[in-house]
Every structure is written in structure tokens, then in C-alpha cells.
Design a protein around this ligand. Structure first.
Ligand SMILES: [Zn+2]
Length: 96
């Protein structure tokens, strides 16, 4: 009788059968380092946090630095223009 192959989750350290891990071809044993539960928990946490944080940060930043934000947009536009002109081989007229 073949013993069930087990793998230790690198995150929670629990030994689980391979069915408790998601498959990952890039890994030498063909399975993910973390067990399914940890992978799920991590993914959920990350997606919720990052989306929330991202929204909150940009809102906060705009509120605190309305001018900086505008300047940055202007700078970005100007850069795009210059690069666009360079790409066409034309000389920049902004310096004259
Ligand atoms: Zn785990």
C-alpha cells in the first residue's frame, strides 16, 4: 500500500496531503508552497487591502496636495508631448 504523499505548508507549517495544495507547474514538486487555505486567505486579504488602501491613499493625497496632483499631471502631459515630438524626430520648441 502506498502511503499518502504529504507536504508541509511553508506558511502555516501544517503537514497536509497534496490534495490540500493547489497545483503549480513552476515548482519542482508541481504544487504550491502554501496550502489551499493559506493561499485563499492570503489572496483575500491582499486583494481587499490593496484595493482599499489604494483608493484611500489617492483620495487622501488629492485632498492634502491638490496642487501637487495638478502639477504632476501637467508635468506628465508635458513629458508625453516632448516624447511624442522626439519620436517624430521634431525638435522641442518648449525651450526656445
Ligand atoms: Zn497553510
Amino acid at each position: 500500500m502506498i502511503a499518502e504523499i504529504k507536504k508541509t505548508c511553508s506558511r502555516c507549517g501544517t503537514e497536509k496531503p497534496l490534495s490540500g495544495f493547489s497545483k503549480r507547474k513552476a515548482n519542482s514538486d508541481g504544487y504550491h508552497y502554501n496550502c489551499l487555505e493559506c493561499t485563499r486567505a492570503e489572496g483575500r486579504k491582499r486583494s481587499r487591502l490593496s484595493a482599499e488602501q489604494c483608493r484611500q491613499r489617492s483620495r487622501e493625497y488629492r485632498r492634502l496636495h491638490p496642487k501637487a496632483c495638478n502639477d504632476r499631471t501637467k508635468q506628465w502631459r508635458a513629458k508625453q508631448d516632448i516624447e511624442g515630438l522626439r519620436a517624430k524626430g521634431a525638435k522641442s520648441t518648449l525651450c526656445s
